[in-house]
Design a protein around this ligand. Sequence first.
Ligand code: HEM
Length: 444
Amino acid sequence: MTVGAAPGRLPVLGHLVPLARRPLEFLRSLPAHGDLVAIGFGPRTAYVVCHPALVDAVLRNSRVFDKGGPFWKQARAVVGEGVGTCPHEPHRRQRRLTQPAFHPQRMNEYAAMMAEETSTALRTWREGQLLDVLAAMNTVTARVTVRCLFAADLSPEEAGATGRALGDALEGMFWRMLTPPGLRWVPTPTNRRFRTAIDHLDQVVYRLIATHRRDGGGNGGMLAVLVGSRDDNGDALEDREIRDQLLNFTVAGTESTAALVGWALHLLAGHPEVRQRLHTEVDTVLAGREPTHDDLPRLPFTDKVLTETLRLYPPAWMTSRTVTEDTRLAGHFLPVGTTVFYSPYLIHYRPDLYPDPERFDPDRWSPGRATAPAGGAYVPFGAGARKCMGDTFGMQEGILTLAAIAGRWRLDLPPGSTVRPQPRATLRPHPLRMILHRRHPGQE
Ligand code: HEM
């Protein structure tokens, strides 16, 4: 393993300028300088792991490489300390508390809700309409997360506003990560939107908690588990702790899955031959009806389209860890407090792992062809103890939503439009406006 340094480091600013202006290009330039590459994160030295084995080593040692560093500091400002943001020590208990919501037996029930929410959204679509696809997907995924996991409900308007608030909160989170602390309270438009967004999310979540405490838990869900839970002293969790936990899931599960489906629709519009194969699969399996949980294994091409989409545009494109005790990585000494970044995006574009990495090729994942990526080579959901809790949930939601859309609609980009990856707390397609065409005219 080699250790290197990124060129072009400036005094004080380090590499903040390329990180803010063109982070994706900057990340992709790093493997040329080593497997572990030092960058200037402002005046401090941080490291980026550029080799899959090092990604794996970092992710599988979540005690020494704990959630911390600039990304998690800002995430905690938004969602407090829940299962996704807490440090190593309380993590196991938090994960145990919330894990039952993802029990495989529940996935069947969730599939029905996912299909229902998608079909509610699709009923509002009109032939020839220019749709803000990411906003539409955010509304669906916000409602799905809240309904499935918390057994609570959001009206479509509330879900739309929540989706937008999440977008603003995540945008603010990213800029605040790159901004010196003193400037974070300057009332710039981004900072103002950030505060308004957090107030909105708080209002929604506290309302869900209050309604639950008043009316009881219906069919259970994570909200019921959290409200009924006792800490080590036998005391109930406070509203603030429950709020943090709920926001952890809403933030982790909403925009990521919306971005996944949005990117898939964008890639399909640019690859008509792939889209045709998807349509054929969906038409054969569903024959005009809505997808169900039982259909999931019968939609392997839809699955491959999403797997490849996650390679090209991993929503969680970069996150950080902090070193909790002096350690060595790639033989290099890292003192306690060092920040280490890992980026699924960087790894997924390594040509030695994925030949012709720019190419959208779902067949990479065909059983005969795929050289199952070794540890750390395909990490859209992370790995180790902090691996995404919603990986199955998110993929299932992606497959069901994409199949339901593809069964009825073809989405095209308006001529001359340019969609760019917008790297914020998630990697979003921006702006993603697409024209809707009914695939079977006359069908509702
Ligand atoms: C395509 C969709 C998704 C992607 C790409 C994604 C990606 C990720 C990644 C990369 C991590 C690890 C971050 C790190 O190592 O620092 C993570 C963690 C997490 N994700 Fe997801 N996620 C998705 C969907 C979801 C959904 C739908 C939920 C819940 C409904 C969810 C809940 C979580 C939680 C709770 C964690 C923290 C786990 C822990 O620290 O123990 N995610 N996700």
